[in-house]
Each structure stands twice: as structure tokens, then as C-alpha cells.
Write a protein that binds this ligand. Structure first.
Ligand code: NAD
Length: 912
């Protein structure tokens, strides 16, 4: 019996949300929205058809004796070399025997199925026993194009043999035509496509049925004898129609995988076949067709042996291991579709010496090291002397393959200065469990997720591209395995593991306690303090910051010192740079640095006013601005500002300090709005604690009770993931916490709105103007303006609660949604629209439409048809008809997840 004996798959980890293509380029190519469902796979910057082929082949060869492989066929239309056997590179990376045939099959989308037919016939002929056939494509297209939406990257591998067959080969039938649906001239970069309708009608719809019918006739079978029908066709409707025309019911047809990875070119018949084999049961009959300048059709019957096949990643495992991004420019950069500056460091020589590559091919391409035959110690690279100090034997090394050996991370770093297409460059020492270690580049990981002790797998990746000479160089890189890091302290309660915090003025007083407590709970801390005098005079000293860093290190935490004064923008930037250089990011900023220069106003010279403003108010601006810019990239941030009772309520002799401290509250009020959509929360503490700022102000018995440790819990809570509030001011001292807020009274209309009131009118109405009886708090200045308008139209008044009557609010829109529903237009429509509205007035609501009725509820639906995401202000503007839905969508103000087409029914079903 001959047939398939093993299979493997590889889809790159990166996926691009197709809507991000439309959201970036919809203004230019609006029609691409029609195929913008789901996500497409795409290669990391260091992957190509060759590296994916190595991965798929390794997956296929799990548990297979590699010395038994007699030939390797590599099938692709996107090989990195036009004249150098890429199958030869893959064969070397896999450490297959040298006396085999390694051949590239290329220049047609059906080269994979054609190679498979060739391999099956070669085994049938009896000359070869086992042939590894791998298909891989990284299909390129220009930006903002249908094909960019349709295409994906991927590889799959099939081992053909005559023993332990899992799917018996029953026969094949091929037709070959010079049908040019697309082509790529040997001197051009991208495919040239002919008209789609013609490709569908004359190509797919005629040629696939011809090959399949030919096979049916040849084998005297029909669609009745097929359980699973595999054939790629990225035209969704045609995919269905062709199957229907051949008599295949939808249940038999394998999904074309548009929504999960896209069309992987020559690899796609294999990708779909492997995904089918992963689900196949003994007895299943599988029909596979590969289209491209003709068509190959092959017929298999699954055997009992499939149950003995060992576990592997396969296609379904690859699909599960994914990182989906919305960052379309990153996709373009990884595919070299945008030009960027990489600086002179990138000009370092990249020429590969072919002499060395040949001499060291086993080490460089095959990751072969050595093992001492005397003591058994493995080492990389292989050398004349054994590295084991107890052994040091000479010339005892035998070849030892490292690529499949278990390894873990010994140390690592993220390097922002090294030239990298995806900075920071992450690299470090990896240790093999059985012995041997080397410095490896890490790939397919984010610095923040990498841990010492985490397991890594080795993958063959592109290391350099020498454009001048047209050469791609490869080596093995470490891929950290998600979830394999050793157990760490549980992230229970308020913890800051992986978070990076800046605390200004952390060398003493409250700041020191904040820094210590953050570090104790896992944060990496930048301890900023210029070490100055209480009034900010003098040179400053490094000692306070250094001392706190030493205390943190002694606790087993991580910290660096920054001695910069926060009073200048450059100083603030330097503090933030210290965090990024040391730890790669900023998550938390506590603006705490402070000085005092108390004098009554009459005696307060400008320098005393300015010095206090500079440290407290400007200092907060100087540090917060660069931090916020960095936080926005991570879509995460916690900012704490420090005000004072002196500012909130007044204190004799502190006009400068009070003004600066109250200025910070205004700063927060606006920052909370600007940070909202980036998941950045800003809150303010008004502390009361015994420090050098208060030592001569408060009585000694009170000072004894006012430990800074009593304030720190609140500030840490503000810094935590748990804190979802933004824009709060909380007094904290001695374990007592209470909120301070700006309240606005109901007020009074004086003069009826037409006559200009006189000062006497004000006098007469003073009690009502001054009354805070029904005071409310407002989320922003627009909301606070509402009562002024309402006051002239009391009839429209609604409940207050911080939102102003008379103004259209998000809540009011959803309250009115059932009335806006047009039942007459809803016949036969069954959808659930989930609305996720961000901003101070935001929340989640969903509208479930069924049998002509509409039910609106607050909250989140488990299985919405479409999810519509907008900021509150934009949503209200849209409903008022002042913002067009399409322009909101193309500008990114309106985002849709799930079924985009059905989301457009909102306009049909509701009239506002
Ligand atoms: P502190 O003097 O012990 O600590 C302040 C730290 O800020 C000092 O180590 C100082 O060297 C540092 N600093 C001063 N100017 C700096 C600059 N330009 N750049 C960097 N660092 C600088 O005082 P504290 O009581 O811990 O004060 C912390 C914050 O709390 C201050 O903003 C203060 O106004 C505020 N505050 C304190 C109290 C209280 O009761 N202690 C009350 C209200 C507000």
C-alpha cells in the first residue's frame, strides 16, 4: 500500500486583522471592505517560504527516522532564490541524508499537488520508499489590494511512503493548460492579475470540475464516494458553487480558511488537506484538488493507522498559536512595502562567505554541535576539546543535533539600540537541558512576556538580507514557548509584575515608601530624586536615590536611580528615557517631587513663586508628557498626581504652593479625558504625612501617627490594574481616606435670560446662586455647561446625576432605541448588535432583533452578530446626524468587530 504516512503544518504566529487594512486604506480602496472579514496570517520579518517549509517539515517528521527519507520536494512560488536549490537548504536544515534527491517544484499554484503526484508515483515505481513533499508560500502583493486581503502565508508538509500508511493513495488525474489567471515575470516583484470574473468563470469553475470528473471516471467513483472535498478557491461564492456543481453537499467541503489565515498559494491544497487529516477518521475518503495552469485531483482513503500518529502542531495547532495585530504599517514594514530609515548601524557588512557557509553548513544550517564520546557532554559549537572541565578530552566529539533538544532561557535582554526591524531586539543565553548553550536571537515574542527559565523551541529563521548581493542568510533562533515560564508569585491582589514605574522625588518621604512598596509587589522602579534641600536650593546629591535603589535591590526587586531635576522638559524626558532604557516601557508615573517656599503673598518674591511652580506644576507636565506618549503605545497607563489640602482648601503663607497644587487638579481633569481611550487613568492624592515638609508644621504627637506608609496603599491602588477610576482626588493620612470633588450648584436664572441682570439682581438672588443644596459633579466642561442651557427650559429637565438634561446623552439614546426601531423593515432579520461606547458617558448596551421585535439591554451579549465600538462624543454626534457613518468608519472613529455587513443594518433598522 502506498500513500501518506505523516503530515505537518505551519502557519506563522502573526495575524493581521483585515479591518485594519480597510481602516488605514479604505479612503483609497473602499471596495476592499467586501473581503475584510477575519484575519490573515503573515510572516514575521525573519520568516519566508523557506523558513516556513523547514517548520512544516519538522512537524511532519516528528517520530520519523530522518535517515530513511529518500527525496525532498519543496514546492513554492515565492522561494527566496531563483537559482539555488532551496530544497537543498531545507534538506540541510533538517539534517537529511546527502545521497537523496532534493528538488524545487515551482512557478504554478498547483506545484504542490503536482509534486505530490510525482512523489506518489516515484514510491509506486519502487525506486524510493519515503519522499517528503513540503509546500510553502509567502505570497506578496501590493498594498491595499484585494489580493492582500485574500492572501495569507503558510506551509504544510506531507510524507509519502509505502509503510504505516495513514491515507492510502487510490489514484490521481491531472489536466494542464496555459491558463494565465495571474503571472509574475522573472524580473517583476508582484503578480499581475487578470480580471477576476474571467478567472472565476473560465478558470476555477471549468478546470477544477474537469479534473475531478476525470478522476471520477478513471476510478469509477462519484461524489457519493467522497467524504471530504479539499480544494482551494478564495472566491467564496465560487468555492461553494463549484462544490455544488460537482454534487458535494456543504458538509463535505473543507473551509477555504479565508477568515482564519487566507490563501497560502501553492501551500493551500496541503494546508487544507492537513487540516482535514487532523480531523479524519479511519475509512474517510478524501478528494484533493490543486488549481493553477490546470488542476491535479487526488483521491485517498484514510486507514486505521491514522490513530497511531503521534501528536503534532499541524495546521490547527498553528492556528491556535496566534498574535493578532491591528498595526497595518507593521505588516507593511515586515513585507518591505514601506521605506524606513534604519541609520548607519544598519550599514554594517552583511556579505556571507560561501566558503564558510559550505565548511560549517552542518553547524550554521543544521544546528549540529558536538558531544564528547568520553563523558557524554554536549556542546555548541563542536570543538576539538570537550568543554567539561572534568574531562577536557581531545578529539572525542561526535555530531550532535541541537534543533530538537529541549532548552530554556538562562538570561535575556531587550536591546533598543541594536538594528532591528522589530525593536527591541530580544536575545540572550539559552541553555539546553542535556547540556550546551549559546547566545541566540529570540523571535515570535514580546519582551514583556519573556522570563528567565521559560522554555524555548528552536526555529530556522532569516538572520540577514544582503540586498546588494541578493542573498538571505539563515540561522536558528529561540522562540519562547507561551505559558512555559516557571511558576512566579501569583498575581493575586494588587501586584505590579512586569510593570515599570517612575516615582519622582522618591529619595525620601512619601516617594521613597511608594517606590519600595511598588518594588515589593513586583514593579521595576525608576527612583528619581535630585536630592536637594527642602526649598529646592543647592546642588543636590545622588545619595538619596542611590540609597532607595539599594534598599529595593536588597529586597530582591529591580530599580534604577535617576538624579535628574524634573523642572525642565529635558529633565522630564531624561527620567522617562531612564525607564525605557532600563526596562523597555513606562506603565506608572507618580508625580511626587516637591519643595516648599512658604511666605505670605506680600513677601513672596517671583523666584519663590517660580521655584514652587517649577517643581510641582511644570515638573508634573515635564515627566507626564513623555510618559503618556510612551503609555499610549502600550494602551496602558496609571498616572498619579500629588495635590495638597493647601491647594484644595487654602493655607496661610502658601499661595505659590496652593496655586501649583490646585493647578495639578486642573491638569488631571483634562488628562483623564485625553487618556481615557488609551486606557490611561489619572488620579490625585492629597497626602498628609510626617516628612521633612511637615516636620515643623504639625505637632509632634500628630506627626508620630502620620507615617507615610498610611498614604502608600491608596497611591498603589491608583497605580494598579484594579483601579478603573480616573479623575479622582482623595485625601489620605493616618489610614483615613476621603474624596474631595468640585461640585456645581443648581443656580438660578436671573433676569429671565433676555434682560441683562443688574448687580442688585445678583444681590437679591444671592441665596439661590450660592446654594449647593442640589449640587452635582460633572465629568467634563461640556456636561457642566448643560445646566445653564436647561435652566432656561425647565420642562426638559431630567434626573441630574452629573449628566445634563436637554443634551443628548448616550444613555438617552439607548433608552430611546426601542422607539427608534422600525419593525416594518425587520422581517426575517435576526441579529444582535453590541454597542461598546467608551468615554465618561460610555458603557455597553446590546440590541437583540428577532421576529420584527427589538429588545435593548444594558450589558454585554455572549454572542453578538456585530460589535460597534465608538467614543461617547462621536456616538452622540453620529446619532444626531452630524457625523456620517462611513466617514466615522474610515477615520477609525467607528470600529466594527464581527459581521461588518450586518452592522450596516443599524442604519436600516433604526430611525433616530
Ligand atoms: P519630601 O521632602 O520628603 O520629599 C520630596 C522629595 O522630592 C525630596 O526627596 C526631594 O529631594 C525631591 N525633589 C524636590 N525637588 C525635586 C526636583 N526638582 N526633581 C526631583 N526631585 C525633587 O516631602 P514629602 O512630604 O514626601 O512630599 C512628597 C509630595 O507630597 C510633595 O509633592 C508634597 O508637596 C506632597 N505633599 C506632602 C504632604 C505631607 O503631609 N507630607 C502634604 C501634602 C502634599
Amino acid at each position: 500500500m502506498i500513500g501518506i504516512t505523516s503530515f505537518g503544518g505551519y502557519i506563522p504566529r502573526l495575524r493581521l486583522n483585515r479591518m485594519s487594512i480597510f481602516q488605514s486604506m479604505g479612503w483609497f480602496a473602499p471596495a476592499v471592505v467586501m473581503v475584510a472579514q477575519g484575519e490573515r496570517s503573515f510572516c514575521n520579518w525573519d520568516e519566508d517560504a523557506l523558513t516556513m517549509a523547514v517548520e512544516a517539515s519538522r512537524d511532519c517528521l516528528k517520530g520519523v527516522d530522518r535517515s530513511a527519507i529518500d527525496a525532498h520536494y519543496l514546492c513554492s512560488t515565492t522561494l527566496p532564490f531563483a537559482d539555488r536549490s532551496c530544497a537543498g537548504v531545507v534538506k540541510t536544515a533538517l539534517n537529511l541524508r546527502d545521497n537523496i534527491v532534493a528538488a524545487d517544484f515551482t512557478t504554478s499554484m498547483k506545484c504542490g499537488t503536482s509534486a505530490l503526484v510525482t512523489a506518489l508515483e516515484a514510491v509506486k515505481g519502487g525506486d524510493k520508499q519515503n519522499i517528503l513533499v513540503t509546500a510553502s508560500d509567502k505570497r506578496e502583493s501590493k498594498a491595499a489590494y484585494f489580493y492582500e486581503m485574500w492572501f495569507g502565508d503558510g506551509a504544510a508538509s506531507i510524507l509519502v511512503g509505502n509503510s504505516d500508511v495513514i491515507a492510502e493513495f487510490k489514484g490521481s488525474y491531472s489536466v494542464s493548460y496555459d491558463f494565465v489567471d495571474h503571472y509574475r515575470g522573472s524580473w517583476t516583484e508582484y503578480d499581475y492579475m487578470w480580471e477576476e470574473r474571467w478567472i472565476r468563470d473560465e478558470g476555477y469553475s471549468k478546470i477544477i470540475p474537469e479534473a475531478v470528473s476525470g478522476l471520477f471516471n478513471k476510478l469509477s467513483i462519484s461524489m457519493e464516494d467522497v467524504d471530504t472535498f479539499v480544494f482551494p478557491c478564495f472566491f467564496r461564492a465560487e468555492h461553494r458553487k463549484i462544490a455544488g456543481k460537482l454534487g458535494a453537499v456543504p458538509e463535505k467541503v473543507v473551509d477555504n480558511m479565508h477568515e482564519v489565515c487566507g490563501e497560502t498559494g501553492a501551500a493551500h491544497p496541503f494546508v487544507m488537506l492537513v487540516s482535514a487529516l487532523e480531523k479524519a477518521k479511519p475509512g474517510d475518503r478524501i478528494l484533493v484538488a490543486g488549481f493553477g495552469q490546470g488542476c491535479d485531483a487526488l483521491y485517498f482513503r484514510v486507514t486505521d493507522h491514522i490513530q497511531n500518529l503521534g501528536p503534532r502542531r499541524g495546521i490547527n495547532g498553528s492556528l491556535e498559536n496566534k498574535k493578532t495585530i491591528d498595526n497595518y504599517p507593521k505588516f507593511l514594514k515586515f513585507r518591505d512595502l514601506i521605506k524606513t530609515e534604519t541609520g548607519i548601524r544598519a550599514e554594517a557588512p552583511t556579505q556571507t562567505a560561501m566558503t564558510v557557509l559550505w565548511r560549517k553548513r552542518k553547524m550554521l544550517t543544521g544546528l549540529i554541535g558536538g558531544r564528547c564520546t568520553r563523558c557524554g557532554t554536549p556542546q555548541f559549537p563542536k570543538m576539538d576539546i570537550c568543554v567539561n572541565p572534568e574531562c577536557n578530552a581531545l578529539n572525542t566529539q561526535e555530531d550532535y543535533p541541537f534543533a530538537d533538544e529541549p532548552a530554556f532561557i538562562k538570561s535575556f535582554t531587550g536591546d533598543l539600540l541594536a538594528v532591528s526591524i522589530d525593536p527591541p531586539a530580544v536575545y540572550g543565553m539559552i541553555q539546553f537541558e542535556e547540556g550546551g548553550r549559546f547566545m541566540a536571537d529570540f523571535t515570535d515574542c514580546e519582551l514583556g512576556d519573556v522570563r528567565v527559565g521559560q522554555k524555548v523551541g528552536l526555529q530556522f529563521r532569516r538572520r540577514l538580507v544582503d540586498r546588494t548581493r541578493g542573498f538571505s542568510g539563515y540561522f536558528w533562533k529561540a522562540v519562547p514557548i507561551p505559558g512555559s515560564a516557571p511558576e512566579r508569585k501569583p498575581r493575586e491582589g494588587v501586584r505590579f509584575d512586569g510593570r515599570v514605574a517612575i516615582v519622582t522625588g522618591a529619595g525620601a518621604g512619601l516617594g521613597r515608601i511608594y517606590a519600595l512598596e511598588l518594588a515589593r509587589r513586583g514593579a521595576k522602579v525608576v527612583v528619581n530624586d535630585l536630592g536637594g534641600a527642602r526649598d529646592g536650593a543647592g546642588e543636590g546629591s545622588k545619595a538619596p536615590a542611590d540609597q532607595v535603589v539599594d534598599e529595593i535591590l536588597a529586597l530582591g526587586g529591580e530599580a534604577v536611580a535617576s538624579y535628574q531635576s524634573v523642572v525642565t522638559p529635558e529633565g522630564g524626558q531624561t527620567v522617562v528615557n531612564a525607564a525605557i532604557e532600563a526596562f523597555g516601557r513606562v506603565d506608572i508615573v507618580i508625580n511626587n517631587a516637591g519643595i516648599l517656599r512658604d511666605k505670605t503673598l506680600a513677601k513672596m518674591e517671583p523666584e519663590n513663586w517660580d521655584a514652587v511652580m517649577d517643581v510641582h506644576l511644570r515638573g508634573a507636565y515635564n515627566v507626564t508628557r513623555p510618559s503618556l506618549i510612551s503609555m499610549r503605545e502600550n494602551r496602558y497607563g496609571r498616572i498619579v498626581l500629588t495635590t495638597s489640602a493647601a491647594g484644595l482648601y487654602g493655607n496661610f503663607g502658601q499661595a505659590n504652593y496652593s496655586a501649583a497644587k490646585m493647578g495639578l487638579v486642573g491638569f488631571m481633569n483634562t488628562l483623564k479625558l485625553e487618556g481615557e481611550k488609551h486606557n490611561i487613568r489619572v488620579n490625585t492624592v492629597a497626602p498628609m504625612a510626617a516628612t521633612r515638609l511637615t516636620e515643623d508644621i504639625l505637632p509632634p504627637d500628630l506627626l508620630a501617627k502620620l507615617k507615610p506608609e498610611f498614604v502608600a496603599p491608596l497611591v498603589l491602588y491608583f497605580c494598579s490594574d484594579q483601579c478603573k477610576d480616573s479623575g479622582l482626588v482623595i485625601n489620605a493620612g493616618m489610614g483615613y481616606f476621603n474624596r474631595a470633588a468640585i461640585l456645581t450648584g443648581q443656580g438660578a436664572v436671573v433676569g429671565g435670560g433676555t434682560a441683562i441682570p443688574t448687580p442688585d439682581d445678583i444681590h437679591r438672588n444671592w441665596e439661590a446662586i450660592n446654594d449647593l443644596g442640589k449640587a452635582a459633579e460633572y465629568p467634563n466642561s461640556t456636561a457642566a455647561f448643560g445646566p445653564m442651557l436647561e435652566a432656561f427650559d425647565p420642562g426638559k429637565k431630567k434626573s441630574n446625576g452629573g449628566t445634563s438634561p436637554g443634551r443628548l446623552t448616550v444613555k438617552a439614546i439607548f433608552d430611546g432605541l426601542p422607539d427608534a426601531f422600525r419593525a416594518d423593515r425587520a422581517a426575517g432579520i435576526e441579529v444582535v448588535f453590541q454597542f461598546v461606547i467608551s468615554g465618561p458617558e460610555g458603557g455597553s448596551w446590546y440590541a437583540a432583533i428577532q421576529e420584527g421585535s427589538c429588545e435593548v439591554s444594558e450589558g454585554t451579549h455572549g454572542n453578538p452578530t456585530s460589535t460597534i465600538k465608538m467614543a461617547d462624543v462621536d456616538f452622540v454626534t453620529l446619532i444626531k446626524g452630524e457625523l456620517n457613518a462611513m466617514s466615522a468608519f474610515t477615520s477609525g472613529k467607528l470600529r466594527v468587530e464581527g459581521d461588518l455587513m450586518k452592522s450596516q443594518l443599524v442604519e436600516k433598522l433604526f430611525k433616530f
